[in-house]
Design a binder for this molecule. Sequence first.
Ligand code: AMP
Ligand code: ZN
Length: 114
Amino acid sequence: MTMTGCVFCRIVAKEIPSTVVNETEQTIVVKDINPQAPTHLLVIPRAHYSTLLDCGDDALLAEMMATARDTAQKLGIGKSGFRLVVNTNEGGGQTVFHLHMHLLGGRALAGRMG
Ligand code: AMP
Ligand code: ZN
């Protein structure tokens, strides 16, 4: 289920370089190339779904969230706090149309959402 030309499919396939911080059966966790916080990671499913709305695999969605949680704990930002974000469609700020979850932390995040 690889989409030709999809940057995250290429990251999953290790065709383009990324800094991998965690891997699970169905996901890969990499550093965002343009970090918005000291810790800014992307939990990327290995399978290609364009948006959250296109993913009917609820077990995968659970694995993504559990992976984000475990990664935050592992990096020691659990207690200080972090935020998970899934931008969906252009109005939601999505720019890469391969489902992914942002994990942001390492500093106090603003109270407002966006
Ligand atoms: P979104 O706006 O939710 O679609 O987020 C896409 C994110 O992917 C942005 O934060 C980008 O900085 C990030 N990004 C784009 N290309 C790469 C790449 N090659 N490696 C790591 N992160 C990337
Ligand atoms: Zn893809």
